[in-house]
Design a protein around this ligand. Structure first.
Ligand SMILES: [Ca+2]
Ligand SMILES: [Ca+2]
Length: 369
């Protein structure tokens, strides 16, 4: 524009931000991001490199607030959950306990160790392995939990994103308050070993979750201290490839009955899912790897799908549940010969007697190397 008589006029539209400048040559930046890569193991943080009252690099609070603070009873800094009262809910609140997560969603076999100290009676702390998803309003933190109370009652359970817990082991080991204990979870394939202060609590097997972040959690609304986080390799290494149902290069949908939703809930992988109730429609995923885990959505209106590999025998999988939950591992293939394979889901139109619909609803698949 050219000023006339020392002034100019410009019409501004609502809903936009304008910059007026006397310079020229402005353009968008040309920076390119590096390709995504998994966070390397080992990963350690002793929280000594931050000023007091800081956030820890790569540790994200999902609920509560985790800040560096002087450790009680020892030198140095700890990471402390500091919120000691129920926050004001916005917009409708979340039932989630104070929770922090770190690591990489593609981590598979690892051992995580963490010093934990409870500051109040009637409190508890969780160490979480293969953390996969958090339902903001449902409260579930999907993964394997070791929970121990100050009274010394420990429980190992797996939790789904809807907050359903399956107890895998329980026991008692003195814990107390203002006493530091080292909690360790070793995940290697289907093997899960839990230890406290270097002594084994239990070993068990579970094949539900193959990969995920590390997390730690505190009962509401208690303060607690953490230190010397260490995640090291355990067992076979390899990177899981996660494919989303919206990835049109991976998921090939056949039939007119398919619908897709791209922003349908925080419990869904990448926020969306696909759905179909028309018998005979199908979706296939061609992949290179030795095993595949299929994740679907459970719901009161979901039906039965027929899953197969390379045109082999079908396995019927029921997507029904009396609750709704995304990112649910519903089926894992047998171990396959190395090479390229095709996974297929056929919509059967069938449902169990308690279901209100026949929808088959894919969310994601994981390809194991
Ligand atoms: Ca420290
Ligand atoms: Ca999805």
């Amino acid at each position: 524009m050219t000023p006339a008589g020392g002034s100019f006029t410009v019409t501004l539209q609502p809903g936009f931000v304008y910059s007026l400048t006397t310079t020229t040559g402005q353009t968008n930046g040309t920076a390119t991001s590096p390709p995504p890569a998994a966070l390397r193991l080992p990963y350690r943080d002793n929280f000594e490199s931050y000023p007091n009252g800081s956030l820890a690099r790569l540790v994200s609070a999902v609920q509560g607030a985790f800040e560096t603070a002087p450790c009680t009873g020892r030198r140095g800094q700890c990471l402390r959950q500091v919120i000691d009262q129920q926050p004001i809910a916005w917009p409708i609140g979340s039932p989630t306990r104070p929770l922090a997560v770190t690591g990489d969603p593609t981590w598979t076999n690892y051992e995580v160790g963490l010093d934990a100290l409870l500051e109040q009676p009637d409190s508890s702390v969780d160490l979480i392995g293969r953390f996969q998803a958090q339902q903001q309003f449902g409260g579930g933190a999907q993964g394997y939990h070791l929970r121990i109370t100050d009274a010394g009652q420990w429980t190992v359970f797996r939790e789904d994103v809807a907050g359903n817990d399956t107890v895998l082991a329980t026991g008692n080991r003195a814990f107390g308050v203002h006493t530091r204990h080292r909690l360790t979870m070793r995940l290697d394939g289907t093997s899960i070993e839990l230890s406290m202060d270097g002594r084994r609590l239990t070993s068990l097997r579970d094949a539900t979750y193959n990969s995920g972040h590390v997390g730690f959690m505190v009962s509401k609304w208690n303060t607690a201290q953490f230190d010397n986080l260490a995640v090291t390799r355990a067992g076979r290494q390899g990177t899981i490839t996660m494919l989303d149902d919206q990835d049109s290069g991976a998921f090939v949908y056949t039939g007119a009955g398919w619908g897709h939703c791209i922003s349908c809930g925080s419990d869904l992988f990448h926020g969306g899912n696909s759905f179909d109730a028309v018998a005979g429609d199908s979706v296939s995923v061609t992949f290179t790897g030795r095993q595949l885990t299929f994740f679907g959505v459970r719901d009161p209106n979901h039906g039965i799908g027929a899953l197969s590999i390379d045109g082999g025998p079908e396995t019927l999988v029921d997507f029904f549940a009396p609750y709704r939950a995304g990112t649910q591992p519903l089926w894992t293939s047998p171990t396959l010969r190395p090479g390229t394979h095709t996974f297929r889901i056929r919509v059967t139109g069938m449902m169990n007697d308690g279901s209100g619909g026949a929808f088959v609803v894919p969310d994601r698949v994981d390809v194991l190397p």
